[in-house]
Each structure stands twice: as structure tokens, then as C-alpha cells.
Design a protein. Structure first.
Length: 87
């Protein structure tokens, strides 16, 4: 006998993204430097966001990662004009 109850997929929760969690322990002097970096930003980022920004900048500067368009999150070729979101 077939079920007549339809199950609707929930739209709540985080959207699926291609990321992976990472836990890192650092010495106090590194944490102090990270806090100083955060305080210098126009809008103080969370610790995880500050670490993401620093790591991405370091990887881009050394050529391991293509630059990332901050408005879309897409990687862009060096020298390319970032795409603007419509709206």
C-alpha cells in the first residue's frame, strides 16, 4: 500500500556549502596579534572570519589561491574586473 502523505523538505537551517570545519590552537602571542588585527578593522570581524581573511590574503599573495570577489565569493582572475551583483 502506497503512502499518501507527502513529506516536504525543510528549507530551514544552513544552506549546503563546500566547507569543512577546522580547529586550531595558537599561542597567546598569536591570539593577541589576531585580536589587534580585529580591532583595526572598520567592522570588527569574528575570530573565525578574521582568520579566514588572513589566510585567504596570504594564499592569494603567494599565488596559491585566485583572488576572491568579496561581493559574490567567486574566485576571479588577477586583473579581472569583479562582477557586480544585480540589485
Amino acid at each position: 500500500m502506497k503512502s499518501i502523505v507527502k513529506v516536504k523538505n525543510s528549507t530551514r537551517g544552513r544552506p549546503p556549502v563546500d566547507t569543512e570545519g577546522m580547529t586550531v590552537r595558537v599561542h597567546r602571542n598569536v591570539l593577541d596579534a589576531l585580536e589587534a588585527y580585529r580591532r583595526e578593522q572598520d567592522e570588527i570581524p569574528s575570530r573565525p572570519e578574521a582568520v579566514r581573511q588572513i589566510v585567504i590574503d596570504w594564499l592569494v599573495e603567494r599565488g596559491y589561491l585566485k583572488p576572491i570577489d568579496q561581493t559574490t565569493g567567486d574566485q576571479v582572475e588577477r586583473g579581472a574586473t569583479p562582477k557586480r551583483r544585480a540589485g
